[in-house]
Design a protein around this ligand. Sequence first.
Ligand code: TYM
Length: 355
Amino acid sequence: MTSFKPLVFSGVQPTGNLHLGNYLGAIRKFVDLQESNDCIYCVVDLHAITAQLVHGDLGAQTRSITAAFLASGIDPKKHIVFNQARVPQHAELAWIFNCVARIGWMNRMTQFKDKAGKDRENASLGLLAYPSLMAADILVYRATHVPVGDDQKQHLELTRDIAAKFNNDFSEKIGELGVGVEMQVGDETVNGFFPMTEPLIDGPITRVMSLRDGTKKMSKSDPSDLSRINLTDDADTISKKIKKAKTDPEPLPSDIEGLKGRPEAENLVGIYAALAGTTREQVIADFGGQQFSVFKPALADLAVDKLAPIATEMRKLEADPAYIDSVLRDGGERAGAIAEATMKTVKQIVGLLDN
Ligand code: TYM
C-alpha cells in the first residue's frame, strides 16, 4: 500500500503583533517538528485581507511574521518559508474548493460567526470562503500534518470534509488517471488524491488565555496590551505583564484537579509548562501549595529567558528586509514547484483544459 509522505504545513496571518498564544499554540511546535519532518510554513497574506482589505503596511507585517519564524529557530534552507501571495495556486485551488464546499458548511464556522459579528450581510465574501482557502493552503502540498492552536480545529475538520468530498466526487477519474493514494480512514482503506490531514493540537496548553481574564482567548485584537505578551516585548515588559496578571487569592493547588474552576491559575500553569518543556503535573509538583507571589516571579524569569532572545533576534532580522525578502522569494519558488504539479493533476481530474 502506498501512502502519503508525511509533510507538515501551517500558516500564520500577518495581522498585528504575534503573541504568546501564537508562539505556544503554533510557532514553538513548528520549530520542534522541523527536527524530523519536511515542513512548509507560510505567512498567509491573502487571509489577512478577508477581514480588513486595507492595511497600513501589509508588506512590513509579512516580513515581521517571517522574522518571528526565523528568530524562533525555523531553518528556511532545510524547510520552506514563504508568503501565500507568491504562489498563485493557493487561490486557484481555493476556487475549486469553493465549488466543492457547501455554503452551509461555511455558515457553521464559529470563527466566521465571531468575525462577521451581527452584520453578516456586510462581511466580505472572502471572510465566508476563508476556510476554503485554508484547505487549499494545506492540500495544494497534500500535507498530512498541521500544527495549530485549538481555535483552528473546526477549520481543519472542514479541510478533511473538502478532501473527502473531492476524493469521493472524482473517485472514478482519480482511479482512471492512476493518481490516487491509498489511505486508512477509520476502519476503511480508501483511495484518494488528497490526504485526510491530521491536526496537531497537543501539548500542555492548546489555547493560551488572556492575562486579564482567564476565560477569554489571548488575542491580538484585545484592546488591553496587558492581556497578552507580544513576541516583540522586551524583558521588563514581559516581567511586568506577568506580575500584573490577574489571579485569584488562593495558593496553587497541590494536584491538577484543583485547577478546575480557576481559569487564571490554570492558564499560568499551562504557560509555565509549555515554556519549560514539561507537563502541568510537573509544574504542580514543583509549585503546588505556593502563593502566586512565589510562582509569578519564577514564571516571569522563565518567560524572559525563553522569549526575550527571540525579540532581540527579530529586531536584528527586521533591520534587513532585503534578506527577509530573499528568504520568501526562495521559499516561494520551492513551494510553487510543488503547488504547480498538484494543480496540473487537479485540473486533469476536474477536466479543466490548460494544455
Ligand atoms: P492565526 O494567524 O490567527 O494564528 C496563528 C496560529 O496561532 C494559534 N493561536 C493560538 N494558539 C493558542 N492560544 C491562543 N490564544 C492562540 N491564538 C492564536 C492559531 O491556532 C494558529 O495556529 N487560519 C489560521 C491561519 C491559516 C492556517 C492555514 C493555519 C491559514 N491557512 C493553513 C494552518 C494551516 C489563523 O488565522 O491563524
